[in-house]
Write a protein that binds this ligand. Sequence first.
Ligand SMILES: Nc1ncnc2c1ncn2[C@@H]1O[C@H](COP(=O)(O)OP(=O)(O)OP(=O)(O)O)[C@@H](O)[C@H]1O
Length: 336
Amino acid sequence: MITVTGARKNYGDFAALDDVTLDIPAGTLTALLGPSGSGKSTLLRSIAGLERLDAGSIVIGGRDVTGVAPQKRGIGFVFQHYAAFKHMTVRDNVAFGLSIRKRPKAEIAKKVDDLLEIVGLDGFQHRYPAQLSGGQRQRMALARALAVDPEVLLLDEPFGALDAKVRADLRQWLRRLHDEVHVTTVLVTHDQEEALDVADRIAVLNKGRIEQVGDPVSLYDRPANDFVMSFLGSVARLGGQLVRPHDITLERSRDRAVAADAAVGSPAGVVEAVVERVVRLGFEVRIDLRADSGQRFAAQVTRGQADALGLTEGETVYARATQGPDAYELEPALAI
Ligand SMILES: Nc1ncnc2c1ncn2[C@@H]1O[C@H](COP(=O)(O)OP(=O)(O)OP(=O)(O)O)[C@@H](O)[C@H]1O
């Protein structure tokens, strides 16, 4: 368990962390998610001891480490750009932390072999970092961070510099690795899909503060406010309410739409709109619409639904939100 309490970090007048309190349960993979500049890296680096807090405390596994040096906190750290020792082989890079701790040679050899197998780099032990792909280098970095049996693994956008396909593969791989190793892991990412895909828990940061903490499903289905809702997926504004594009139902008949809406009791009501574009995205179809108020929004339907509706550009449709008014539990003040 990592407990951050009342953490503050200022750079001049600017509060990079503004009274952050967060529990990270032992054994979880927790993502710190937020836009650029929201304080994710500052929070991670503070947990690592690479930044000194102006106020607040950090407890790891019951031990207050607020004033403890990074190398004595029992953490492993992986950065976006891994600083490998270029003149050392993969094996020596992974063994580094154990060698400086003067572990017996046989123990090091066994541990390094095991780790290279776990990260899928067995057979690569005699290569040099320059002879690895970006994804392989990050996996080597993870093996190196895990070598010293850290209590906590801290990952700062570890796949950020890689292309989308490799990122997605490594994400799956990290999830499997975590299921095997169970080390408490904190992952910084600005990519909501990555967080939803890989994490057990997500803490959403905005302007140095935590907006909401929870598991991916509850954050997506019950965001605490419109920042979280907008950050965790696409949203549309329908009759003054924020809704997910796939929660919008379209009808050709106004009467049918009004009757169905009355049954749900939604205050968003029925919005008359003109179809501007129908975009086929494989299985899903996005329908770009313009409401009679002039507001533009998109609805997302399946191909089957789109075919049944048979909409073409310029047609008038009637849109309503299928989720009831409380579906997203928005703060009343935010449901403008
Ligand atoms: N050493 C520093 N000196 C001054 N300001 C800093 C320093 N480090 C970070 N900041 C500022 O603190 C804020 C938070 O930075 P941080 O790196 O934690 O954000 P982040 O959420 O990780 O963003 P990104 O995804 O862009 O890395 C930013 O506005 C940044 O400019």
